[in-house]
Design a protein. Structure first.
Length: 124
């Protein structure tokens, strides 16, 4: 039995602002944007190359405060290149931090949801 994580809900205060940030600045793909009813809007966004997407919207059943999600992690081959890409798109991104377990850069969406980007250190 495989259990694949394919969707994570990220709470935001302004759906259109968040969608613009994730697509125009962070480079995510806009997969779906459906208004199911007056109370429910579902927007699915996927980082390039990722099998897992995020959902933002209204009426999704996730009663978290905007900005409450921290530590969402993307893995890349090159932290410097990822930092340069995000910075060129207008994302406020940290410098590269070196740790024994990898190199990281960090950024937040407009609501303060926190993202880690890791370049994994390979042994040998």
């Amino acid at each position: 039995m495989d259990y694949r994580l394919e969707l994570v809900t990220v709470p935001v205060s302004d759906i259109d602002r968040a969608k613009a940030f994730y697509t125009e600045k962070a480079g995510f793909n806009a997969d779906h944007d459906h208004r199911v009813s007056d109370e429910v809007r579902f927007v699915q966004l996927t980082p390039p190359g990722s099998p897992c997407s995020i959902a933002i919207g209204s009426g999704l059943g996730a009663e978290m405060a905007p900005g409450a999600v921290q530590g969402l992690q993307l893995v890349v081959a090159d932290a410097e290149a990822a930092r340069a890409d995000l910075a060129s798109r207008g994302v406020e991104v940290s410098d590269v931090h070196d740790f024994p377990w990898g190199r990281f850069v960090f950024f937040k969406d407009p609501d303060g949801n926190g993202w880690n980007i890791q370049e994994v250190r390979r042994e040998g």
